[in-house]
Design a protein around this ligand. Sequence first.
Ligand code: ATP
Length: 261
Amino acid sequence: MVFWRKGVADGANSSALLCDPGARPYATFEEVGMTIGGHQILDNISLSLEEHRIGVIGLNGSGKSSFVRLLNGLRSPSRGTLKLFGQIASDVLKELPRHVGFVFQNPDHQAIFPTVEEEIAFGLTQLGADKRESRDQARRFLDTHGCLHLAGKPIAELSEGQKQLVCILAVLVMKPSLLVLDEPLTSLDALASRRIRHMLLSLPQKIVMVSHHLDHLESFDRILWLEDGTLRMDGTPSQVLPAYQADIDRKFEAVQEAEAF
Ligand SMILES: Nc1ncnc2c1ncn2[C@@H]1O[C@H](COP(=O)(O)OP(=O)(O)OP(=O)(O)O)[C@@H](O)[C@H]1O
């Protein structure tokens, strides 16, 4: 499923679209913070995003999912200024789903239609295609990606890897300029993970991907390391990944030492 807010801009009124999908940077955070229920989740994030491949890392609860949810309007800042595709994010919430495809860790949180074809077709109807046209387009799209054999299959009967692939295709069919992936490969076996990663890296779309697998991010252009809701480090994989790994090693040793006493 693709997340649409009620009244999303459709094909008929596309002249009213405000976002520039080619904007560089496509996202600008100025002292952005987020508080939910009195709990500070993100604080004082200032950065611009324009690289083709950006990885987001950090320990559990560091704010990665909250951060990437800001990019498609699933979450909103409580403080600071967030601009997406050249516009203040809160001014373009309805338009964001056409530019930002969001893939969740668990396909069961995303797929809502009974069959693969319906899941893929839904996004096309949201873009203005009629039902029949969207079904035809969905089948052609599945064919292009070597998945036509899955078209009529119930999503519930697919393997985890097939489900995740369908979720990614359901987002891609709408040709977003940015793909945001929140740990999309976690439940996949090594082969399925590698195949989907290979497919993702061959896409023309810009990608922001959360991952706990540091080796999956080695070829990326930029890594953001979040810690306790703040940006701890921002740089190339060769700068950030070893520093993050060393920090984990230090924390592990500290816990071991504390437990020894
Ligand atoms: N709706 C919410 N209400 C209250 N607290 C929340 C909410 N969503 C997230 N949090 C808290 O915000 C913090 C960051 O959560 P988030 O899911 O962004 O972290 P994460 O880095 O993605 O974690 P993980 O690696 O475990 O997925 C956590 O302490 C979490 O409990």
